[in-house]
Design a protein around this ligand. Structure first.
Ligand code: PEP
Ligand code: MN
Length: 362
């Protein structure tokens, strides 16, 4: 998952209209009435900076509702004129870009299904050359951080300086309560390697239902993400796309009112105290790494000893007993079982790798 570290986004401008920025609106534009009613209700919340609506919908089956097309752009423009909110829509090809520009759309986003295809992303980027419009890039459906960064790079190389990433979760085959697994480590890695790119969380596509929206939104804020994009519809039960995850503007208001926005940096006293705690952590981590290294040296010795005596690298009984004993001790000391189990398995995997290498040495 590691991103290739490269400072490619020099000169990117801070363009977000609000921090954290709130983008809300229906998954799809369906009718003039649905758009204007939703927009007025969202605008009345007083916390929504940007109104979103999909005009062209990438659908799994061709028989599904594929969006209203150009008519929806007219409604979006009307939303801007009547409410003063900025407007955004998804574009997936050069024709979409041209039309969006014609209707004064304020910012564009490239969807998760488009980002997986570098040809499409490049075509869009080429169309945006010399156009000063903000572009948001959703993460690709697959958990590939470099594909995500690659799409941002293609825009940047064509002169797009107002960029943001949207974290909408990743499709995994495993069963999970969420529609798309958040895999928070990926947007965090993006922030680490490219801190100049704001990251907006889309909890609607992560959750897939209203149920987890508040907790995912709060987590995004606690991880210092730069905003939220949330699907909201004036009549959620009647929505033509992503019906299960639309929330009413009223639900959104309640959720936004309860959201706690914490500061990323505190005052001098707080920073002093934090620094002391961090020094402790640094010391413990140094000890931890030293202990790991001593452990791996012992593994070397064991590996050589097993080799001399023709003993297998892996011994099921020993491993099962070890794991159980460590988990018992860990649980007595208040460590999460799943976390410790994963950590021990990782260490064991590395031990097996080292011993196998020793066995294979001529
Ligand atoms: C959407 O925002 O409605 C959408 C299609 O999202 P994604 O590209 O993340 O699936
Ligand atoms: Mn949607």
């Amino acid at each position: 998952m590691k991103a290739a570290v490269q400072q490619v986004f020099e000169g990117v401008v801070d363009w977000l209209p609000g921090r954290p920025v709130t983008i809300a609106g229906p998954c799809s534009a369906e009718s003039e009435q649905q758009m204007l009613r939703t927009a007025h209700e969202l605008s009345a919340i007083g916390k929504v900076d940007v109104f979103r609506a999909g005009i062209w919908k990438p659908r799994t089956r061709p028989s599904d509702f594929e969006g209203v097309g150009e008519a929806g752009l007219k409604w979006l423009k009307q939303v801007k004129e009547e409410t003063g909110m900025m407007i955004t829509t998804e574009i997936a090809n050069p024709e979409h870009v041209e039309l969006a520009l014609k209707y004064d759309i304020d910012m564009l986003w490239v969807g998760a299904r488009t980002v997986v295809n570098p040809f499409s992303v490049q075509e869009i980027a080429d169309t945006l050359k010399g156009v000063n419009i903000p572009v948001m890039i959703k993460n690709p459906i697959t958990p590939d951080i470099n594909l995500w960064i690659g799409a941002l790079e293609r825009m940047y190389r064509n002169g797009v300086k107002k960029l943001a990433a949207i974290h909408r979760g990743f499709y995994l085959f495993e069963r999970s309560p969420y529609r798309n697994a958040p895999m928070w480590e990926i947007p965090i890695e993006l922030k680490r390697t490219h801190p100049e790119i704001p990251v907006i969380c889309d909890p609607s596509h992560i959750s897939g239902t209203p149920e987890y929206l508040p907790e995912i939104s709060q987590k995004a804020m606690d991880l210092a993400m730069d905003g939220l994009m949330i699907e909201s519809h004036c009549n959620p039960g009647k929505a033509l796309t992503d019906m299960k995850q639309q929330i009413s503007p009223e639900f959104l208001k309640d959720m936004l009112d309860k959201l706690v926005i914490r500061k990323e940096y505190g005052g001098a006293m707080f920073e002093d105290q934090l620094q002391q705690l961090r020094t402790e952590i640094d010391k413990l981590d140094a000890e931890f790494i030293h202990i790991l290294s001593r452990r791996m040296n012992l593994i070397d010795e064991i590996g050589n000893y097993k080799k001399e005596n023709d003993i297998t690298v892996f011994q099921l009984k020993r491993w099962t007993e070890m794991l159980q004993q460590r988990l018992r001790v860990g649980s007595e000391q208040g460590l999460d079982k799943e976390f410790l189990s994963q950590l021990l398995k990782l260490i064991h995997k590395e031990s097996l790798r080292i011993q196998t290498e020793i066995m294979n040495k001529k």
